[in-house]
Design a protein around this ligand. Structure first.
Ligand code: PFF
Length: 454
């Protein structure tokens, strides 16, 4: 059977369990791991963030990843229709469709800034081709600032990346991207390992390890916990319809638990390795770990400049990161496109180009928020930070909470049992976590941050 990520009638299914693991890992592994995780760790006090993030992945992320996959497979449709189906089957109110809606809208909002950041990476791939030789720390920092100050360049790269995303989604069949994934993901992993070796030999790996893993309970602030929870959702692509849509193409007999475990393991592994590689360089160069969103772009050029063969490694690295971002961005556009096709009968190509254009426009505002519109602020945040905070800190956890409550409390146990074919004790453990631990943790973190409690 054709291996397709994208809906067609009759509904396509993955050719194998590995195809699902690969596509879902492709969605999960992206800028969140290589760009966002290191800079969030840097601005949130290092190990405090890392350890809370790992706890969130285990207690909230993995159980929810399984739950969202389950909803997709059971609902067999785009997030809105899938939720309609499963709510009806559970005899529950149509309210639960809101999960599909939040996801679809949230995914489009994420894509608007995700594409802009992917554009930065494209710019750096071309800069790497020119070689970074002789670059100094100050020049690396200035180089990133110059990019942010140049709206035309930002918009141009953002346009290129959105076009790449739309072309694949409009094409309908992703065997190409899936095949590319199969080559690119191991390639990315190999290059990150190379950076780790480089970091160990020439940079300050002990400092990186200390920064990321030496736990200091005093550093765990509200903001750190909130950010770590938000990031655990972001990195696993949770609550945004992407996992639900991909789950809807999963064959009945495939073990959801096992596949989700592999996805989470690969995702977390890549993030931790990328973090170690970056911080080893940061500390060796005397850079500030809290530099913010530009962190990897201010750090890696320094490493590539000194490394033998650094020019080739640099180009390859940034190109592979673009691929990682690409496989994620497709999964961000697909939920809305599948809704337009399945519910409104819009042709796939039209749906993809129209929604891509809308997202592109919002992305242009994001590009301007770094320069001409830097004064535009709401809740003290610029457009870029606002979209990021709204999606990762609010929409994703809210959607995750609703998913946990729906699957663990509203769905009929027998139906859930049919989807999660774990041995009894494993099932109980998963269900108990989803029932009590995940929702309570999300609510507690919300209350704590908004100051309503403690
Ligand atoms: N998980 C992706 C990353 O870490 O880069 C980002 C993402 C993709 C978030 C798809 C949400 C989503 F639905």
């Amino acid at each position: 059977m054709e291996t397709s990520v994208l809906p067609s009638a009759p509904r396509a299914h993955w050719s194998s369990r590995w195809a699902f693991v690969l596509a879902t890992a492709g969605s999960a592994i992206g800028l969140g791991n290589i760009w966002k995780f290191p800079y969030m760790t840097g601005t949130n006090g290092g190990s405090a963030f890392v350890l809370v993030y790992l706890a969130c992945i285990t207690l909230i992320g993995v159980p929810l990843l399984m739950a969202e996959t389950l909803l997709g497979r059971r609902g067999q449709g785009n997030p809105y229709d899938a939720m309609t189906t499963v709510a009806r089957e559970a005899g529950a109110s149509g309210f639960w469709r809101v999960i599909g809606l939040i996801g679809i809208v949230g995914a489009l909002l994420i894509l608007s800034f995700y594409s802009v950041v992917a554009g930065w990476i494209l710019e750096y791939a071309t800069r790497a081709a020119g070689g970074f030789s002789g670059i100094t720390r100050a020049a690396a920092e200035a180089g990133f600032a110059a990019l942010l100050a140049d709206p035309a360049r930002l918009v141009a790269w953002h346009t290129v990346f959105m076009a790449l995303t739309v072309v694949v989604v409009a094409g309908g069949v992703t065997s190409g991207i899936e095949r590319a994934n199969r080559i690119m993901m191991p390639g990315l992993f190999a290059l990150i390992m190379l950076l780790i070796v480089y970091g160990t030999l020439t940079a300050d790996m002990p400092a990186a390890l200390r920064f990321m893993f030496h736990f200091d309970p005093a550093a765990v602030t509200r903001e750190v916990v909130f950010s770590a929870m938000g990031h655990s959702f972001f990195t696993l692509s949770l609550g945004m319809g992407a996992i639900m849509t991909y789950g809807s193409y999963l064959e009945r007999h495939t073990s959801i638990a096992r596949t989700c475990f592999y996805v989470a393991l690969a995702d977390t592994g890549i993030a931790l390795l990328a973090g170690l590689a970056i911080f080893a360089i940061v500390f060796a160069q005397g850079l500030a770990p809290a530099a913010g969103p530009g962190l990897i772009l201010q750090t890696l050029p320094l490493a590539f400049a000194q490394m033998p063969g650094g020019q080739i490694v640099g180009i390859l690295f940034f190109v592979l990161v673009v691929f990682a971002a690409w496989t994620s961005s497709i999964s961000l556009l697909e939920p809305f496109v599948s809704l337009l096709i399945e519910r409104f009968g819009v042709r796939r190509a039209v749906a993809a180009w129209a929604s891509g254009t809308g997202v592109w426009l919002l992305g242009v505002a994001v590009c301007l928020s770094f320069n001409a519109w830097s004064g535009v602020r709401l809740f003290e945040l610029g457009i870029f930070d606002l979209l990021d905070a709204l999606t990762t800190k609010i929409l994703m956890p809210v959607s995750g909470l609703l998913i946990a409550v729906f699957v663990a409390w509203v769905m009929q146990r027998g139906h859930v049992r049919e989807e999660i074919a774990l041995p009894h004790s494993g099932f109980r453990l998963w269900q108990g976590t989803l029932r009590y631990v995940s929702p309570l943790a999300i609510v507690a973190i919300f209350l704590h941050v908004t100051g309503l409690a403690g």
